[in-house]
Design a protein around this ligand. Structure first.
Ligand SMILES: Nc1ncnc2c1ncn2[C@@H]1O[C@H](COP(=O)(O)OP(=O)(O)OP(=O)(O)O)[C@@H](O)[C@H]1O
Ligand SMILES: [Mg+2]
Length: 91
């Protein structure tokens, strides 16, 4: 189905974007209280559209919202999300 970016994320332009009818496997659950930042949505859409390179670095302090940003972005667009842990090497 088609929605506007504004409808999907609560911020951004009234430009149409393809979004899923229902959640597929590995799509994160919706947090409907999540507040998107327009600047970050724009950056993620460029990355998702293949315009901003293959890899995406998200950095910030503990609890600043890195994981939830990616999870909720994936939820709105129906993107499968798998989390991999990289534990520090024990010495
Ligand atoms: N924009 C937001 N709107 C609503 N809740 C938010 C938002 N950003 C973060 N939160 C909430 O803040 C909490 C911490 O966010 P999150 O786990 O994404 O941080 P993190 O940067 O991944 O932390 P860590 O470095 O520990 O992995 C979560 O409960 C998340 O739902
Ligand atoms: Mg995290």
């Amino acid at each position: 189905m088609m929605k506007t970016i504004k409808e999907l994320f609560g911020v951004g332009p009234a430009a149409p974007i393809q979004c899923p009818d229902s959640d597929g496997p590995f799509v994160p659950a919706a947090d409907l209280s999540y507040q998107f930042c327009e600047k970050l949505v724009r950056r993620l859409l460029l990355w998702h559209g293949g315009i901003a390179g293959r890899n995406l670095l998200v950095q910030g302090p503990t609890g600043s919202g890195k994981s939830s940003l990616i999870e909720q972005f994936c939820n709105r667009l129906g993107i499968a999300f798998l989390r991999g842990r990289c534990p520090a090497k024990q010495r």
